[in-house]
Design a protein around this ligand. Structure first.
Ligand code: ACM
Length: 551
């Protein structure tokens, strides 16, 4: 068990009462086949075009152009703004998604100014109605699909939407027949929050590079933009640090129940980071401390207060011997080396410094540890992010913290938020993907219960800005869905816990409050079922969602 803390007031003590949510405007419209002179619509195309609003997370605005349908042809190209690496990256991503099912060549070519609108066009900059840095505009006419954004992130988000607007067969793992239609109209869209995160605990249960990439593939569909990798904990150390080889030789040799060991070489870590970036996702590595550090303490005796290294640990609960010696200067020499190497390997802005569930320390010791460790992160050119308990040691301006549990240090979080810290909302009672879906054990053998059980509707029915009384709404920078793996033994069960609940959290992070509506969400979620199934994602066919045939 990762936590000995039970939320005060019981599992559902702060269940929010949802009132006054505006119903999502559902746009319907009968699409009829376009009478295209030079681009004939495929027979029956109108019946297979996905409505423009059938997207998770729900877009800001959708204007269907009834009667217009675009059909991708075998001779089409994906044209990207000339000279733009960002447009090229989005075009490459789209091409990699579309080539497999369509069997089309879909070359990526340079978009020439003034060229006739045709095929798929990815435009960086240029006129568009969206001003948000992560926003995009998608226009579909009978001749062309045009995606426009001011920045790379917007293009990546637009690609995720376009993928969902193509027929379900686009997610087939082999070549299938078209027609490859997209309903006509315009989508204008941007996220509500800057941080839409997913956390994967690869420390307790090591997930190999290939599994993490599969996970990235799936979360990228839903515009998740940060992947927080919980790389170290009591049960294992999962990333190579050249100056500290014992961390992986010893610390990487253990794992939950002794069966889930391993680590990423620097090359593998770099490959994961690059794979995520190519899909619009920034990796945030976490070095946990000062507790949950047994794997490091087993690797280097000097980090222990008594100078003796304990044997590696493969138990389920938090280790009592997993506490770094915060008084010793060598602890900070060690952290300096680790953070320094990690900063060099990590192009993203953040390094996560842990901080949860510290035991047997004084508040002054905790504050001092995080003051020193956050200074090391800044020294190496990165921004510190920690669990909420680290906040007293962080300088509020420029700090980010993940709120995961109510009742531990609410006042500190509120004070930090008022002083300029950014708070990512990941309340265990709603956003933890490792909680069981239902309290019934036979239904699902893995999953935690310490924060209760969480249905898909539970995961959807909370509001980030209402979690913590007194915290200014402006301090909430987003949401995250952590998945701790203390009851998870492989990638199949990881997927089963994460999906579909992660889609609920993704929508809370993206969609403006007036657009959040469970009835609408469950319909749109259901439409994702066959897509995930075709892609081989082992998602949970949760009750209460009208999953269609084929899902
Ligand atoms: C946590 O769940 N201990 C962050």
């Amino acid at each position: 068990m990762k936590s000995t803390v039970t939320p005060p007031g019981g599992r559902r003590g702060r269940r929010l009462k949802l009132t006054g949510l505006a119903a999502l405007m559902v746009v319907t419209g009968t699409l009829t086949t376009a009478a295209a002179a030079d681009r004939p619509a495929a027979p029956g195309a109108s019946r297979v075009a996905v409505p423009l609003d059938r997207v998770v997370p729900a877009p800001v605005s959708v204007r269907p152009d009834a009667g217009t349908v675009f059909t991708l042809g075998a001779g089409d190209a994906i044209q990207a703004s000339a000279g733009s690496a960002d447009a090229r990256a989005a075009a490459d991503l789209l091409g990699s998604v579309l080539r497999r099912p369509t069997g089309y060549e879909l070359p990526v070519t340079e978009l020439r100014p003034g060229a006739r609108a045709d095929g798929i066009r990815i435009v960086l900059g240029g006129p568009n109605e969206v001003t948000h840095p992560e926003g995009y505009q998608l226009d579909v006419t009978k001749d062309a699909v045009t995606l426009r954004a001011d920045r790379r992130a917007g293009l990546m988000n637009g690609v995720a939407t376009l993928r969902q607007l193509l027929p379900v067969r686009v997610d087939a793992r082999g070549r299938v027949d078209g027609p490859w239609t997209v309903a006509g109209g315009r989508v204008l869209d941007h996220p509500r929050y800057a941080y839409r995160g997913s956390m994967l605990d690869v420390a307790r249960t090591f997930l190999p590079e290939k599994a993490v990439k599969r996970y990235i593939d799936t979360i990228a569909r839903y515009k998740i933009n940060y992947l927080h990798l919980h790389l170290t904990d009591d049960q294992g150390w999962r990333v190579e640090i050249t100056s500290r080889p014992e961390l992986t030789r010893i610390g990487g040799s253990s794992g939950l129940a002794g069966v889930t060991k391993g680590f990423y070489t620097k090359a593998q870590y770099a490959s994961i980071v690059q794979y995520a970036w190519a899909r619009g996702i920034t990796v945030i590595p976490e070095i946990e401390g000062p507790d949950h550090a047994h794997a490091a303490l087993a690797s280097y005796a000097e980090l222990n207060c008594d100078g003796t290294a304990p044997p590696v640990y493969s138990g389920f609960l938090k280790s009592d011997d997993g506490r770094l010696c915060v008084e010793k200067p060598v602890t900070y020499t060690f952290m300096d080396q680790v953070i320094g190497e990690l900063a060099t390997m990590t192009p993203g802005p953040y390094i996560h410094i842990g901080g949860d569930e510290t035991q047997g320390r004084t508040p002054a010791q905790i504050t001092e540890y995080f003051r020193k460790v956050s200074a090391l992160v800044i020294k190496h050119g990165k921004k510190p992010i920690g669990w909420q308990e680290s906040l007293p040691g962080l300088t509020p301006k420029g700090a980010t913290a993940t709120f995961w549990i109510n009742g531990v240090n609410n006042d500190e979080v509120v004070a930090a938020g008022k002083a300029g810290a950014k708070i990512v909302m990941a309340p265990a009672t709603e956003a933890y993907l490792d909680m069981k879906y239902t309290p019934e054990k036979p239904e699902y053998p893995t999953g935690n219960t310490w924060a209760g059980s969480t249905t898909v509707q539970d995961a959807y029915s909370w509001r980030p800005e209402a979690v913590l009384k007194g915290l200014p709404a402006s301090a909430v920078t987003g949401v995250a869905a952590p998945l701790f793996t203390d009851t998870v033994f492989g990638y199949d069960t990881t997927e089963h816990l994460a999906f579909p609940r992660l889609l609920a959290i993704a929508e809370l992070g993206w969609t403006r409050e007036a657009g959040l509506n469970w009835t609408s969400f469950r319909e749109r979620l259901a439409a994702q079922g066959p897509r995930l199934r075709q892609d081989g994602v082992n998602y949970y066919r949760a009750p209460g969602v009208p999953w269609p045939y084929g899902s």
